[in-house]
Design a protein around this ligand. Structure first.
Ligand code: SF4
Length: 474
């Protein structure tokens, strides 16, 4: 995983299973790639909600023996990488609050682009916020007396939100899932072998607990899991929903075993590799992926071309988390700890190297340099997505646009020179979109194309709410 862009968050919820908490633990473990800063589980016995959270990986946060003692049959869980608000204990999710209607826990994947506006209005009215996360504004919206008066408070509240949100709520007697009208982030429904309904960001969470995928939560839909089973309604008219699924989930973020946006990630990535081979055929000795994300695209490329697949790198599973390294030097070292070149496999060879994406370029440059130092004769870099030039406001933490290599260098030829490779080709935007199931206008491609499906009046930065708070205390 490149340390330059970070995953966001992963969600899981389950209703009516005696092992709900244990299953939530495993489901979060399966989605660890979506967030490694913190993890949390809230569970209910039907009357009262317990919260168990901490900083770190799922295996670090939870004591298995302690978890096994919690027999609550209803639970939601969250793994977090912060895209709004810093990596701090107060921001760990699920958030748990008590308001006039009782207890409520909430877990969020995505970014609210109007969070600052909403927060400003609540603070102007005297509200006190406990966190610097955008998610907390939803709590205040839910607790507002004017909103509670509405027959369907949640639907009314969700209509106030702008941006990307896949949400799970835990009330003492039920789990509620909701997805923004664009369906930017994935959210799927499933069923355990024992008949308990489950909901997760990715279907790899279902596999680990032997649950079956049922269907996606639809854009604009609210799904309730309670003693009556699964019920559904929409908070906006289905005709008002305009899908804008994050194409980067398919390119890079999601697990290849998962199905998101109604299709399997591995199959989509393989198709992108095949399309890349059609767009940029190469006379070479071997096709190698930059592990781990480019493996599927690399297989597709090799299948489509006459160049045999191979391996050029080994990966260490024990190298730790490079994303927490604050400096580029430390991140470079972390990449070296994770990746090692198999010299005998690349020496004297003409390589086609497949990358899923190139962000700052520094990491890719280091990997290409390592291949060259190991004796590679030629390096032809093929990238299974277009150049990244624009920021994401919907829940992915990219570097500042000025730090993106595509903006720094401008042309593909200038990027090639910077990366010190013999040739360089990116998958075209049209080629990428030809590999997914739905029509191009069903996807968000903003970080590549600059076309934002949800208009953003004021760019949202990760620490917008922190700065706001600092000003308050000045
Ligand atoms: S801007 Fe890029 S990363 Fe963000 S939602 Fe759109 S496609 Fe995904």
């Amino acid at each position: 995983m490149p340390p330059e862009i970070q995953h966001h968050c992963g969600l899981f919820g389950i209703y009516g299973d005696p092992d709900a908490v244990e299953k939530t633990y495993y489901a979060l473990y399966a989605q660890q790639h979506r967030g490694q800063e913190s993890a949390g589980i809230c569970s209910s016995d039907g009357q009262e909600i317990d919260r168990y959270v901490g900083m770190g990986l799922v295996t670090e946060v939870f004591d298995r023996q302690r978890l096994e003692l919690v027999r609550n049959p209803i639970a939601i869980g969250h793994v977090r990488y912060s895209t709004t608000g810093s990596s701090a204990h107060v921001n760990i999710q699920p958030l748990l609050v008590t308001y006039s209607r009782g207890q409520m826990a909430i877990a969020h994947n995505g970014n609210l682009i109007n969070a600052k506006l909403l927060r400003d209005s609540y603070e102007d009215a005297g509200a006190i916020f406990q966190t610097t996360s955008d998610t907390e504004v939803i709590v205040h919206l839910m607790a507002k007396p004017d909103h509670i008066k509405h027959h369907d408070t949640l639907a009314h509240v969700l209509r106030h939100l702008q941006g990307a949100f896949s949400l799970l709520f835990l009330f003492p007697d039920r789990v509620v899932a909701a997805r923004d009208p664009y369906g930017v982030r994935p959210l799927s429904l499933g069923m355990t072998a024992q008949g308990a309904p489950v909901v997760a960001s990715e279907t790899c969470a279902f596999d680990i607990i032997d649950a079956q995928y049922v269907r996606d939560v639809q854009p604009g839909e609210i799904v309730t899991l309670d003693r009556k089973g699964i019920s559904s309604h929409y908070f906006v008219e289905p005709s008002e929903c305009r899908p804008g699924h994050c194409i980067f989930e398919h390119v890079y973020f999601a697990d290849p075993a998962s199905s998101i946006f109604s299709e399997n990630v591995h199959i989509v990535r393989s198709a992108m590799g095949r399309q890349l081979a059609r767009e940029a055929p190469t006379d070479a000795d071997v096709v190698i992926p930059v592990p781990n994300c480019a493996r599927c695209a690399s297989m597709g490329y090799a299948k489509q071309s006459t160049v045999p697949p191979g391996r050029g790198f080994t990966t260490s599973h024990y190298a730790g988390r490079s994303f927490i390294m604050p400096s580029q030097g430390q991140r470079d070292l972390a990449v070296k700890m994770k990746l090692n070149v198999i010299k005998e496999a690349v020496r004297g060879k003409r390589l086609v190297v497949i990358e899923d994406s190139v962000v700052r370029g520094t990491t890719t440059r280091g990997k290409m340099g390592a291949l060259r130092a190991a004796g590679a004769k030629e390096i032809h870099l093929r990238v299974a997505s277009p150049p990244i030039r624009h920021p994401c406001f919907y829940g992915i933490d990219f570097p500042d646009p000025n730090e993106l290599v595509a903006n720094q260098c401008g042309s593909v030829e200038a990027i090639r020179e910077y990366l010190e490779v013999d040739s360089l080709h990116y998958l075209s935007l049209e080629g990428m979109l030809s590999c997914v199931r739905f029509a191009p206008d069903h996807y968000c491609t903003a970080c590549f194309s600059g076309h934002y499906p949800i208009s953003v009046d004021e760019p949202v930065t990760k620490f917008a709410l922190e700065r706001h708070q600092l000003r308050m205390f000045e």
